[in-house]
Design a protein around this ligand. Structure first.
Ligand code: ANZ
Ligand code: ZN
Length: 876
């Protein structure tokens, strides 16, 4: 046995250089082979990669290397999502320029990614902050503007008072800015919008076809788009109790069936009726002002206490002219959904019920749950929002909710109010247009110019890119572009008069909405895409990233792709055919006696299992072992990929993050686990060296009629080959790891069982074949070690460029089956028959059995019953 150790620190950079020099992972656009596009969500260049990146990129790399071996022209690019606030924050703190900070981080992180040995096509690399990239994004903006996909309008915006910028609804989480965590305020601003709502129906419907996406992501998108089919219903106002000049109020409802359970109407604080009713009512004015402070995000409304103010206005029930209801201003009605007005049915809507309980309004149940006696229906604290049968609803009583819905709609569509139908069907979406204006410096400038005379004028395409000025200061809050002395002052492209540039930049989610398409031809300086090339490489076959992007990034990208199709840049709608969302890398947490977090490299752990204890390395003071949590700086439970790679090598890090749990679940990083992976590296290295010493010459074919030892070795190898291939295709990386361990164990055992001196040729040939298969199945996971193995085995060329071997399934078939033999239901013996034997062969074998013959003693059995190949029963 060889005693040499594998030195990852020396070997890994060597192979990385070889791959780079030979261009092993460069995809050619003209390559005639079928393509396969693997992409991991590109990183934000924050400064350093973390373990989450390692796991994400290791997964993508396994798929890329496997597909390459399977003969695909694999495109596996990498770039940088490089615009955004942190660069500006760093500029404020360190007086460094956002560009300098960003590009320095990119350089560091590029080096880190290279040290992982990822099979990336670095020739396609770009950063979204490169003018050569955002030039095309500006062009796409102008094309979308021409195509009517961009709007500029005043709107209520979510204002982040810490970042001093507007946030999209998606970026407000529980009423706070997604990045700053500050409570969001409402402001009225003129904004640029992408008309994502134009595609609402299509974005929803096409989700059904995305069958290689996780169902949970599709569900999240469905809910976000939020289609509802309802009715716009006009209520006449009682002329005796209506503001001057207002005769009616239109509400949006998805439950016209509950109309007899209505007990009030309510409008949003900024609804015109609220404004009109407030004239001369200072108390109502004060209430409206209070509502506006609350904010309009759904989350804010959902959590706030339900409050309302009776305007004194009364509305006439559409199904009973003698019945009038009060109209409130309520804090739980949104102005920008439906019509900004509702009718409330407390028994069947929770918000309405909470409100009715607070105000003393009547609560009349009108839907009886299926199977319940109508006489027993009472409403306590929970509204019944499901289907059932109508009660307390006059002519609708006894109908199902669906029937009642249809009956009310038919009736009100036919009913006249002031010369037009009182109701019409209306589909609404929760999805809002995408506000993209950001009052920030470090983003893609919006390419328009504002002229007093001409209005909003697009920057001529020939003048693109509109480049960010470099001489900016970050010493004050707000947008440095607004303060720049000259940048914004330009002549109007249309009339030549002095005009001013738009100083808003685009939401950075725009940058990431089409980068995957740009990768198909990043060399095209003229146009954002080369449509034929884009259509060839896209959609991305396998996209891998975090579940946190399930809504924002993925929905924007789906919209943007449709917009690019409409403007002639691509010929497809869906950017990502396959999506996988991986789990996180988590780690134990540690605290000292004072409760301060302690990092894993500051401690030593003693003992095992429940007896584990920890002490500080420097002082020996005891440390409490806490919960396993997502790695975070604040809890100091981070392990730095650089440290791991320096200690164990990239192969170990890659192996460990893929090995311990299914890829969609969290993986717990442990030092013991990393050591286990490192041990495997050494073990495989020794095994390959030993095999190389006994294996037949490269190119020796496996024996056609191998003896049992050689057969066993071949079988183990082909089993691993088939298992690893199938499990990579299903993204079950942890199972691949198990298959590889099995093969390593089988080969070690086979090698241990023979005397080196007298190994038969068939076994030598089998060792040759199996050792090469081991290198090849290992290559997607531990590519450096696999290259060393390949070279040790005397193979020319690179394992990274070798073809995935064809497995021989015949080797996996068991030659025979053994089944229990029963006589009158009692097991007496076993019989062995050739695999694939039918009932006749099993019956014959049973009758030929010595015990059976003895018991029968020349008689005929009553019956012989084989149950598949699992059991056979002889009835005497
Ligand atoms: C009467 C009713 C009775 C309602 C009932 C529900 C249950 P989705 O499915 O999300 O579309 N609504 C309409 N516009 C609103 C607004 N601007 N702000 C707050 N709520 C609004 O929900 C539609 C339902 O939400 C509508 O149906 C309306 O209340 C309310 F038993 O009308 B419903
Ligand atoms: Zn002009």
């Amino acid at each position: 046995m060889s005693t040499e150790r594998y030195n990852a620190r020396e070997t890994e950079p060597h192979w990385q250089t070889v791959w780079a020099e030979r261009g092993t992972f460069a995809a050619q656009n003209e390559d005639p082979r079928p393509k396969y596009y693997v992409l991991e969500m590109f990183p934000y260049p924050s400064g350093r990669i973390h373990m989450g990146h390692v796991r994400n990129y290791a997964m993508g790399d396994v798929v890329a290397r496997y597909r390459r071996a399977k003969g695909f022209n694999v495109i596996h690019p990498m770039g940088w999502d490089a615009f955004g606030m942190p660069a500006e924050n760093a500029a404020m703190q360190n007086k460094s320029h956002p560009a300098a900070w960003t590009y320095a981080n990119i350089a560091t992180m590029r080096g880190q990614l290279k040290s992982m040995g990822l099979s990336l096509d670095w020739a396609r690399e770009f950063a979204t902050c490169d003018p050569a990239y955002y030039k095309h994004q500006q062009r796409l903006f102008l094309d979308m503007l021409d195509a009517g996909l961009v709007d500029r309008r005043k709107s209520k915006v979510n204002w982040d008072p810490v970042d001093n910028t507007v946030l999209a609804n998606e970026q407000v989480i529980d009423g706070r800015g997604w990045r700053s965590g500050a409570p969001v305020e409402q402001r009225d601003l003129v904004q640029w919008f992408f008309r994502i709502t134009d595609f609402a129906e299509d974005l929803l419907g096409a989700l059904d076809g995305l069958d290689k996406w996780p169902e949970k992501v599709r569900l999240m998108q469905r809910n976000w788009i939020g289609k509802s089919e309802g009715l716009e219903l006009r209520w006449a106002l009682d002329p005796a109790h209506a503001p001057a000049g207002i005769r009616e109020l239109t509400v949006y409802t998805t439950r016209p069936d509950t109309l007899y359970g209505a007990s009030f109407l309510a409008v949003a604080a900024d609804h015109p009726l609220a404004q009109a009713a407030a004239v001369g009512q200072p108390a109502l004015q004060a209430f409206i002002a209070e509502c506006k402070q609350l904010g309009t995000t759904v989350a804010a409304l959902e959590t706030a206490e339900k409050k309302g103010f009776d305007t004194g206005v009364r509305a006439v029930h559409p199904l009973d002219p003698a019945w009038t209801l009060p109209v409130y201003v309520a804090n739980f009605v949104l102005m920008d959904y439906g019509t900004g007005a509702i009718f409330g049915c407390p028994a069947h809507d929770q918000r309405d019920l909470d409100f009715a309980r607070a105000t003393g309004l009547p609560v009349t149940p009108v839907v009886c749950p299926a199977g319940q006696d109508a006489a027993t229906v009472v409403v306590a604290d929970t509204a019944f929002a499901d289907d059932g049968r109508m009660i307390n609803s006059r002519d609708l009583d006894g109908l199902t909710t669906d029937e009642a819905f249809a009956a009310v709609v038919t009736r009100l569509e036919a009913q006249d109010l002031d010369g037009t139908p009182q109701a019409r069907r209306k589909v609404n979406f929760r999805l809002r247009d995408w506000g993209i204006s950001r009052q920030r410096y470090w983003g893609c400038p919006i390419p328009v110019i504002h002229c007093e005379a001409c209005g909003t004028v697009p920057v001529p395409r020939a003048d693109l890119p509109v480049v960010l000025p470099e001489d900016v200061s970050f010493d004050q809050p707000g947008n440095p572009l607004d303060r720049h002395p000259s940048w914004r002052h330009v002549p109007c492209p249309r009339c030549g008069a002095p005009a001013r540039r738009e100083t808003d930049t685009m939401d950075t989610f725009v940058d990431s909405s089409w980068y995957f398409t740009r990768f198909s031809d990043p060399w095209n300086a003229e146009n954002p895409t080369t449509p034929a090339v884009a259509d060839h490489f896209l959609p991305v076959d396998q996209y891998i990233g975090g579940i946190e992007h399930a809504i924002l990034h993925l929905l924007y990208s789906r919209f943007f792709t449709r917009a690019m199709r409409k403007t002639g840049h691509v010929g497809f709608d869906e950017p990502f055919a396959g999506l996988f969302t991986q789990g996180m890398v988590v780690h134990e947490t540690y605290r000292d006696a004072a409760g301060a977090w302690v990092s894993p490299d500051e401690i030593r752990i003693d003992g095992m299992g429940p007896d584990r204890t920890a002490v500080r390395l420097d002082t020996g003071a005891p440390v409490t072992i806490g919960a396993i949590e997502k790695m975070s700086k604040s809890k100091k439970n981070i392990v730095d990929p650089d440290d791991i790679i320096a200690t164990y090598g990239a192969d170990t890090a890659r192996w460990f993050v893929l090995s311990d749990s299914p890829p969609e679940r969290d993986v717990i990083w442990t030092e013991e686990g990393a050591q286990g992976a490192a041990k495997l590296v050494q073990r495989v290295f020794r095994l390959i060296n030993d095999l190389a010493g006994v294996a037949a010459e490269p190119g020796t074919p496996a024996a056609t009629a191998p003896g049992p030892e050689a057969f066993g070795v071949r079988k183990a190898a082909h089993k691993a080959l088939i298992g690893v291939g199938a499990d990579i295709e299903r993204l079950r990386f942890n199972r691949c790891v198990a298959h590889i361990y099995e093969l390593v164990n089988a080969l070690s055992a086979a090698l241990g069982a023979v005397e080196t001196a007298d190994i038969a040729p068939d076994l030598r040939a089998a060792f040759r074949e199996a050792a090469e298969i081991l290198a090849q199945v290992l290559a997607p996971f531990m590519p450096h070690l696999a290259e060393t193995a390949w070279a040790t085995l005397g193979r020319e060329g690179l394992v990274s460029a070798s073809a995935w071997p064809d497995a021989d399934p015949a080797l996996l078939v068991e030659a025979s089956v053994t089944l229990p033999l029963q006589i009158n239901g009692k097991k007496r013996d076993e019989i062995t028959v050739p695999a694939g034997s039918g009932p006749d062969a099993i019956i014959a074998a049973a009758l030929a059995n010595a015990i059976v013959q003895q018991v029968l003693d020349g008689r005929q059995p009553k019956k012989v019953i084989p149950v598949g190949t699992r059991i056979v029963n002889v009835v005497i």
